[in-house]
Every structure is written in structure tokens, then in C-alpha cells.
Write a protein that binds this ligand. Structure first.
Ligand code: WQD
Length: 338
């Protein structure tokens, strides 16, 4: 066994699997907890191919308190837990609000109870820029106001953040980092792991790659009449491997922190890219033409949001290493190999 154990719920998912690889690379021993509701068992084998070490994993639903306690009991000396396990489709959450609250908040309660029961004091939580809602300015810092959620998904992230903050206040030795992701894209450079949307993708990047592959007939750009440089929405697209590395840094930050508390970090590149810019960059870097058309706006979309990520750079000694072009190349490389 290598270094200190780190429990990773949702560790077979898109960001979870990339984080497991980076934990191995940093000398930790990740333990994957995943019920494969939004991932595939063969991802575990792919991780092993990359790291040359078969990860330990437990097929457990994080809402199952008995199973979670049984499992965590065996890892009392774990350095901490990274919590990815949650439902995360904004549109689906509008159709299935009860499922989203029950799973996203219920799972977190189970995890927090288990951490307290067995004395594990470091939690890294997967949050989202969605908590900022319709922002007053395009660029947001961690001090930007958390707005009223526009979806059940967003509200579960806001609620989970509050629950973790109160838990940190209640427990003397418990510390947490809340990582607010912007728009993760890309895949591992090996092409062995990447984003695996179930069914028709909600997110832009997998829809682009599936269109390029011919799985989807064409991409619809949701509106080009926004008040932005080219009328399409602007987002902060961050390479998933850069995002994964930030999780390792966030855990180390907690481990090094004398004073245990709850810290919030924006994880983005600090650059805004429009939908049309992303499409054109994808076509250029991969030397192909994408079939797309302009369609109506999507309800709930904000015109533009991207990160001021200076706090994470400073406190976590972390910075993005991959470019947007790298992410677009890696996404296409992954899609071709699925
Ligand atoms: C990006 C842009 C669309 C699809 C969501 C969640 C957020 C996070 C990332 C979890 C938007 C446009 C999209 C398409 C399009 N997920 N688009 N045609 O909405 O910024 O954020 O995913 O943490 O929490 O809210 O990402 O990829 O859906 O959309 O034109 O077929 O692409 O309008 O401007 P979004 P997205």
C-alpha cells in the first residue's frame, strides 16, 4: 500500500476518476466508493491501466448509512474524504426535485455522520459555480453573493455548503474545503478516462464531441442574442485534470491547516470563452467541421460567468497547466476511443 488513505465517493465518475489518478500520482492511496449510477465499473480498470495500481473500491450507495458506516469503520486512519457522489443534471433536477434533495443532501448527511463517528476530520466537497446564480458581474470571487437557486440541483449545492459550514462550526477538529467548479471539460491525455454522460448530454462539451462523432446529428447553440462579444453565452472551461489536481491540493491545505475551518475556493481558469469561440477552437484544433445551428435560448442559462481564481492559486499553490486547446484535443481523443 502506498501513502495515506483518502476516501473518494463518486470516485468512478468524471471528475472523481481523474482525481483518483492524481491522488495516486501524489502518493496517496485512494479508496473509491461508488454505486455506478452515473458511471461504469470498467472505469476502475481504466484507472488501474493509468496508475498501474488496482484501486480499492466499494460499490456502495452513499445514502445507505449501514453500508457507509461499515465501510468507513475500516478506514479510521484515512487522511480525509473527497465527496463527489451526487446527482448533477440541472434540467433533470427540475423534473425530479425529491430525488435530488434526497440523494444530494441525504448522502452528505450520511458521510458527515460517518466522518464524525470514526474521527476523520478532513472533507473536500464538490460544489459548483451554480451557487452564484444570475451574477451581478461576469467575473465572480468567493465573496460574490450566493443567489437564490434557479434549480433544485443548484439549491442542493447551496444547502450542502451551508450544512458543511455549520458542521465545521459545531466540531472542534473538523475542517472542509468547498470547491466551486466552473465548467469542467477535457479528458485524461491517455484517452483512457473521460466524461461519460448517460443518455443525451446536457452539457456543451459532450454534445460537441458526440456531434463530431456522428452520434448526434447537429449541435444547437442555445441563443446568440445575449449581451456578449458574439451574442453567445460565456463560461470558464477548465481542464478536468487541472480540476482534479486542485482536489489534491485542497486536501493538503486541510492537512496543513492548524486551524480547522471551512474554506471556499473557485476553480476556474479565470478566462471567459463564448460558445461560438469554443466551437471554432474545437474545429481548428481537431481539423474538422462541426454541424451546428443557432437555436432559441435555454431557460435558466446566465449570459456570462467566469472565475476569479486568485484565492485558490494563492492558498492552494495551484494553477491551471492545460490550455483550452489541450482540453478540446483531449475531449475529442477520448470520444473517438469510447
Ligand atoms: C454551457 C454553455 C449553454 C449545450 C452546468 C451546470 C454547472 C456545471 C456545469 C455541475 C451554455 C450552451 C449547452 C448545448 C449550447 N455542472 N449549450 N448547446 O449550464 O454552464 O453549467 O454544467 O456542476 O453546475 O449548471 O454548462 O455545458 O450545459 O452549457 O449552446 O447543446 O453551452 O447555453 O451557455 P452550464 P453547459
Amino acid at each position: 500500500m502506498q501513502g495515506e488513505i483518502v476516501l473518494v465517493t463518486g470516485g468512478a465518475g468524471y471528475i472523481g476518476s481523474h482525481t483518483v489518478v492524481e491522488l495516486f500520482n501524489a502518493g496517496y492511496t485512494p479508496v473509491i466508493i461508488d454505486d455506478f449510477r452515473n458511471s461504469q465499473p470498467w472505469v476502475i480498470d481504466r484507472i488501474a491501466k493509468i496508475t498501474k495500481v488496482a484501486p480499492i473500491f466499494h460499490a456502495i450507495d452513499c445514502q445507505d448509512q449501514t453500508a457507509v458506516f461499515e465501510m468507513v469503520k475500516n478506514y479510521k486512519n484515512a487522511l480525509g474524504l473527497i465527496h463527489f457522489a451526487a446527482d448533477k443534471a440541472v434540467g433533470e433536477s427540475v423534473q425530479k426535485p425529491v430525488q435530488y434533495y434526497q440523494n444530494n443532501i441525504g448522502s452528505l448527511c450520511t458521510v458527515l455522520n460517518a466522518l464524525k463517528e470514526f474521527g476523520i476530520n478532513n472533507l473536500v466537497f464538490s460544489s459548483s459555480c451554480t451557487v452564484y446564480g444570475e451574477t451581478d458581474t461576469p467575473v465572480v470571487t468567493e465573496q460574490s453573493p450566493v443567489k437564490k437557486a434557479t434549480s433544485p440541483y443548484g439549491d442542493t449545492k447551496i444547502t450542502c455548503e451551508k450544512l458543511i459550514q455549520f458542521n465545521a462550526e459545531a466540531l472542534q477538529y473538523f475542517g472542509a474545503t468547498l470547491l466551486r467548479y466552473f465548467n469542467p471539460i477535457g479528458a485524461h491525455p491517455s484517452g483512457l478516462i473521460g466524461e461519460l454522460p448517460q443518455g443525451v448530454p446536457n452539457n456543451l462539451m459532450p454534445y460537441i464531441t458526440q456531434t463530431a462523432k456522428g452520434i448526434r446529428e447537429k449541435l444547437t447553440v442555445f441563443g446568440d442574442d445575449y449581451n456578449t462579444k458574439d451574442g453567445t453565452n460565456i463560461r470558464d472551461y477548465i481542464h478536468v485534470v487541472d480540476l482534479a489536481k486542485a482536489h489534491v491540493k485542497a486536501l493538503q491545505y486541510l492537512d496543513d491547516s492548524a486551524e480547522k475551518k471551512c474554506s471556499i475556493f473557485n476553480l476556474g481558469t479565470g478566462k471567459g470563452t463564448s460558445v461560438l469561440e469554443l466551437i471554432i477552437a474545437f474545429e481548428n484544433i481537431n481539423q474538422l467541421k462541426l454541424n451546428y445551428e443557432i437555436g432559441p435560448r435555454r431557460i435558466g442559462d446566465v449570459a456570462q460567468i467566469y472565475a476569479n481564481a486568485e484565492k485558490a492559486k494563492e492558498a492552494l499553490d495551484w494553477a491551471c497547466e492545460f490550455t483550452l486547446e489541450d482540453a478540446l484535443k483531449h475531449s475529442w481523443n477520448w470520444e473517438k476511443g469510447i
